[in-house]
Design a protein around this ligand. Sequence first.
Ligand code: GLU
Length: 463
Amino acid sequence: MSTPVRTRFAPSPTGYLHIGGARTALFSWAFARRHGGSFVLRIEDTDVARSTPEAVQAILDGMKWLGLEHDEGPFYQMQRMDRYKEVLTKMLAEGTAYYCYTSPEELEEIREAQRTRGEKPRYDGRWRPEPGKTLPPVPAGIEPVVRFKNPKDGLVSWNDLVKGHIEIANAELDDLIIARPDGTPTYNFCVVIDDWDMGITHVIRGDDHVNNTPRQINILQALGATVPEYAHLSMILGDDGLKLSKRRNSVAVTDFDDKGYLPEAIINYLARLGWSHGDDEVFSREQFVEWFDLDHITPSAAQFNTEKLNWLNAHYIKQADLAVLAADIKRRLAARGVNLENGPELEPLIALYRERVSTMVELADALQAFYVQPEVSEELASKHFTEPAIEALAALATKLKTVEWEKTALNAAIKEICAEKGLKMPQVAIPLRVRLLGVPQTPSIDAVLEVMGRDRVLARLSA
Ligand code: GLU
């Protein structure tokens, strides 16, 4: 590419960072990285009523959790008001924008009349200056809006890098309001000025913005600015094929953390939501950056598949650095008020259990029992603590006082008890698991004993 690539992620801080936004951010980030360009973070906070500092923080936290580092920003639109006003003034002076004094009531009348005539309701251009046209007298007491003088004829078109060629007749487009009566610029205008000032070469965003694009292109052209490339990503549907919703789905990036997903799994998962590289499903962030292009993004909607995400997450849990997983488990258990001083080292425990789980929450659930002895339910107790089982556990407790604390020796010790009591391995091992950890199933019992340590095992057996 001739000019250095510059992409941006431009969330409105009106809520958490949702999964669709995260994918947009990932694709924008990856495209910049792929081409050695820059990734800009811009906070579109001009909707003052709905923007909150908490939402800004949630977005920054989400980006950080995903490891999507920006090179420039965050830029805040509210801090750029002077610049927008400067461009507005310039456009008014050059005649690419004009004051419009039509009141909301008047506008409603115009629309009503159009509707009765069977026409599409729209601004009728009464304040639009044209050569030889006499404008109405400026009414007293009305603060005007500023409208963009959209070209009347011809087409506005672009070659969308995901959706292909898109065009729309200018006759379909109203003269957009670019500043409100109080002089504040409107959404589409700020986006245009920012993309221009920030030298954005590729706008990668959700396809809910497709309708804004022709308007934005026209304004850019009126300003003599270079029009960036656009890539509009299709939406993400839930597992049920319906639009994602906070009520039915995990949609905030932080929900995925709460539910025990690793950021690497989410990144890998999001990468495949609408983009593909042959049949490759599992790849690192680095590999993704190397492969990522806009040609292999599908224009159709992508459907979320929790089962597949779980499968990927299990994969990343299996191969993650033990120290990273230990830090994660520590955080989760601490949040539950579990004191890690009361139990064995975390890393060997994680090594023992990580093959069996697909989320960090499952792992934390399983490991918690090593630090807080669980209550044994009535049901499990009556099923497993039979006379012979209790006798066997008592005999085992005595034997475990002196046996060498190592897997093979521990296994032999349990087998000896089985032989002595005429029981099969599970008849001792299962009650032992229930006694120690409150569950009938665990990884191999000798390994569990080994990591738990002699003192803890004996303490729990004697309790
Ligand atoms: N602020 C817009 C949003 O959060 C994105 C605008 C854009 O990417 O152009 O949907």
